[in-house]
Design a protein around this ligand. Structure first.
Ligand code: DX5
Ligand code: ZN
Length: 216
């Protein structure tokens, strides 16, 4: 089953607990948490205090997507608040393999993220054995509600081919501009996890679970 990861960036920040509780009965669902530092991307979101609170009110897995210039600085800080997956941007680090190794000691799942303009060939073969998740950005990071960049579909297919050729199991997560129109094509291209913010939360009916189902 494709995992759906609602991005809380588009949720109502003043009512986060009830927003999160609305997904209580959903299966195969992670909460996607976009951490931005106002430096790597021109936006700021939330930090440890908010994440810690979220962990107390949900049993769903927490998926941290760090859009920050120095992900190394957050390894320890986020390690004791129930984060399941820690994803950093490949482009922000010089010694990615060292960082992956450090993260593995503290988090059940470790992900790397590629901006739309970063080719999959930027990642050396051996890295695919080390990660649990590959995040393929389908918008340039920083904001919710942007348009899906079609050019990344090829990258999803290439990642899926790498998995097949080498019998690997990492998740292929796609993030940005996802809705019920492009989701089927993303799943058939190899995506195993879809992140969606505005599509899920910007509804008149507030029926988030219906939106989650419609993505599958
Ligand atoms: C963008 C974030 C996304 C964002 C997706 O930088 O990484 O997770 O919240 O939002 P939508 O689904 O609205 O594009
Ligand atoms: Zn994200």
């Amino acid at each position: 089953m494709t995992i759906i990861a609602p991005s809380l960036l588009s949720a109502d920040f003043l009512n986060l607990q009830s927003e999160v509780e609305a997904f209580k009965s959903a299966k195969d669902l992670w909460f996607h948490l976009d951490l931005m530092d106002g430096h790597y991307v021109p936006n700021l979101t939330f930090g440890k205090t908010v994440l810690k609170g979220l962990h107390k009110v949900t049993a769903h897995k927490l998926d941290a997507h760090l859009m920050v210039s120095n992900p190394e600085d957050y390894i320890e800080a986020l390690s004791d608040i129930g984060i399941h997956n820690f994803t950093f941007h490949w482009e922000t680090v010089n010694h990615q393999d060292c960082l992956i190794r450090e993260l593995k000691k503290l988090y059940p799942s470790v992900g790397i993220s590629l901006n739309p303009a970063t080719p999959i060939e930027a990642i050396p073969d051996y890295i695919f054995n080390e990660v649990d998740l590959l995040l393929i950005m389908s918008v340039n990071p920083g904001f919710g509600g942007q348009y899906f960049i079609e050019g990344v579909v090829d990258k999803i297919k290439k990642a899926n081919q790498i998995k097949k050729d080498r019998n690997l199991n990492f998740h292929i997560q796609v993030d940005g501009g996802i809705n019920d129109k492009n989701a089927p094509m993303l799943i058939s291209s190899g995506a195993t996890m879809l992140v969606a913010g505005s599509y899920i939360f910007n509804t008149d009916s507030n029926d988030y679970l219906k939106r989650v189902d419609s993505l599958r």
